[in-house]
Design a protein. Structure first.
Length: 277
């Protein structure tokens, strides 16, 4: 299994599209921090829209993960699992002593490591550009509490946020892999994933926590948290970090469903499909 994982890793690092995903994180982070500078010029430090340098990594990930992050994961899943369908490359693996299940798991593990690397690059880029371009007020707001900009709680909050965001991207990756198993091409996978992301963001904006539709119906809000990956990322993660137990349970249940249902279904399709034609 270790040999198979190494083979998948070596194949990935020789792909131009993999480097494109990683390198694109840097200019994207710069562009988003530049946008934060524009926002700060139009708001006072007490505004919830104001972004301080110490919060650049946290706010940067929050504003980018639900669209940029999910699209990159969809692209990764589509290419990693469908590129070898064409040209019969998977035949060579199937002729070796590796089971289809082992091949699937090795690809999934490499995909998750790649997602982690992408998040590290984004986080470091947000931090560096944030320190260079954003203001540094003496205090910032976290979960409704005002704390010092130099307080270590900011670092712990950001690390917990990134851990939850990483989990949501893995969950979304499972869904995109399952989609890829039926699409068989990266273009179709990304197209369907894009539709899912847009619909999810639209649904999340409609069922905003302050909306009259769900102000007194926590069940509908839980469906947004647990049923839609962008819903978790836009609203659920922040509420979970603020101590909302209902959001924490909803996200946990949703991720378990994505992890096991989608991954198991995708693995079943991968191990039983005919790739020789």
């Amino acid at each position: 299994m270790k040999v198979l994982i190494r083979i998948e890793f070596e194949k990935l690092i020789h792909q131009k599209w993999a480097w494109f995903i990683l390198v694109s994180c840097i200019p994207f982070a710069y562009a988003l921090i530049t946008y934060f500078v524009w926002v700060d010029q139009r708001h006072l430090p007490d505004s919830p829209f104001y972004v301080a340098a110490s919060m650049s990594a946290s706010r940067g990930m929050k504003e980018s993960i639900y669209l940029f992050g999910n699209l990159m994961v969809a692209l990764l899943a589509g290419l990693l699992y469908t590129e070898e369908f064409q040209g019969g490359k998977l035949r060579m693996f199937f002729l070796r002593s590796y089971s289809r299940g082992q091949i699937f798991v090795s690809k999934w593990m490499i995909m998750n490591l790649f997602i982690l690397l992408m998040m590290v690059i984004l986080g470091v880029s947000f931090t560096i550009f944030g320190v260079m371009k954003l203001p540094s007020p003496p205090e910032v707001m976290i979960s409704g509490n005002r704390i010092s900009s130099t307080n270590a709680a900011i670092l712990f909050y950001t690390l917990k946020q990134y851990a939850l965001d990483f989990a949501t991207l893995i969950g979304g990756g499972g869904l995109f892999i399952w989609i890829a198993m039926y699409c068989r091409t990266a273009a179709r996978t990304i197209g369907i994933a894009m539709i899912y992301i847009i619909i999810s963001i639209f649904a999340t904006s409609i069922f905003d926590p302050g909306s009259p539709l769900i102000t007194e119906n926590a069940f509908l809000l839980a469906l947004i948290y647990a049923g839609l990956i962008p819903g978790m990322q836009v609203v659920g993660v922040e509420k979970a970090l603020s101590g909302d137990e209902y959001a924490q349970i909803s996200i946990a249940v949703g991720l378990v469903i994505y992890f096991f249902v989608c991954i198991v279904a995708a693995r079943r399709k991968f191990t039983r499909a005919d790739y020789l034609n």
